[in-house]
Design a protein around this ligand. Structure first.
Ligand SMILES: [Zn+2]
Length: 349
């Protein structure tokens, strides 16, 4: 059986998986992302996590058909270099990530955008399987977006899908990107944490940071947000309500433009809060939908936390895997990345 590796490189964790032709995960590992040092230190940690996943699958990395990487920042699919990954240590410039990992792992490595590969994983193997046109919304530290239009990934000129920076309030809150009023300025985990810190500094009561310390974290993770909500923490409830309202306005605006069949909600917070939260976002979208009689389906990402690593493995060229229910009459993907069958092999209808 042909096995491929996938690495999801995040700001807090490196998730790796070894994936079979059927899209099933044969081994996985999760390591923390180095918070200090330089890109080569991150690459070393990525290689270690990939070796551990391969070990769990009972293989060496050099026997993998290849390894795909979903990376933040500007990932150049042609050269494998990554630049401007600002939530990673010392990564303001460009680093030959693909080449470095290929040397370390003894197999070919392909690098793509983290959010786009996670969207493609949901499209091929997850909640997006019934559809031809989907919008992936990854609600985590920031808010990322990925697009599949008419069966094909839409990358624009390389910068498409930045749904987090749709303006939901002109002149509004300062976004981590430096601009004002972006959806991410209200909904991103990092922005919510900064807002909580500011309000607590002004005298608001909340257990958010106490919970964070008790659980040994240095950031308010998705789990800590969930924990605070369970405890009825008023500030946490208020900030999540504010985030959901922003997501409703921003995602509905994207839907007004693209009229996608489905919106898939993933990311650390999206996966943690699950289906009830996807329905809350759907409800928050509704008043902003122009075609409100025909809203898109809103689903939680079916592949959960592993979607990024599984999607990255699809970057590896090879024989298309056998997705059990391929999108009927799908046009061939613009890139040879995944398990989609060619139209000739799938009956229409
Ligand atoms: Zn922004």
């Amino acid at each position: 059986m042909t096995l491929r590796g996938g690495i999801d490189l995040g700001g807090t964790k490196i998730q790796t998986a070894v994936v079979g032709e059927d899209g099933k995960v044969a081994g996985e590992a999760r390591h923390p992302t180095p918070q200090e040092g330089e890109p080569s230190d991150v690459a070393t940690a990525m290689a270690a996590a990939m070796r551990e996943a391969a070990g769990a699958a009972g293989v060496e990395t050099d026997s993998l058909q290849g390894v795909g990487v979903g990376s933040p920042g500007d990932a150049d699919e042609d050269t494998g270099s990554v630049s401007n990954a600002r939530n990673l240590p010392g990564w303001e410039g460009s680093f030959p990530l693909g080449e470095t990992l290929s040397d370390a792992l003894g197999t070919k490595v392909r690098v793509g955008n983290d959010v786009q590969v996670a969207t493609e994983a949901e499209f091929h193997l997850g909640a997006g399987k019934p559809y031809q046109t989907i919008l992936g919304v990854f609600w985590g530290t920031g808010v990322g977006g990925g697009l599949i239009l008419d069966g094909k990934p839409w990358l624009g000129r390389g910068g498409a899908g930045e749904i987090g920076h749709i303006v939901v309030k002109k002149g509004g809150a300062r976004c981590p990107c430096g601009r004002r009023g972006c959806m991410e300025a209200y909904a991103g985990r990092a922005a919510m944490e900064a807002r909580a810190r500011k309000l607590i500094g002004k005298g608001r009561k909340s257990d958010l940071f106490k919970l964070m310390r008790e659980h040994g974290h240095t950031r308010i993770t998705s789990g800590i947000w969930a924990h605070a909500l369970d405890q009825g923490d008023e500030l946490a409830i208020e900030l999540i309500d504010r985030a959901v309202a922003a997501l409703g306005a921003g995602v509905a605006s994207a839907v007004n433009l693209l009229d996608v069949e489905a919106v898939i909600i993933g990311g650390g917070l999206g996966v943690r809060f699950g289906a009830p939260c996807a329905q809350r976002i759907a409800a928050a979208m509704h008043p902003h939908l122009f075609n409100d009689a025909t809203p898109p389906q809103v689903h939680t990402a079916a592949l959960g936390d592993l979607g990024g690593a599984i999607g990255a493995s699809l970057l590896v060229d090879g024989e298309p895997a056998d997705a059990s229910e391929p999108h009927a009459a799908a046009p061939a993907s613009s890139r040879s990345i995944g398990p989609r069958k060619e139209p000739a092999s799938s009956p229409s209808g």
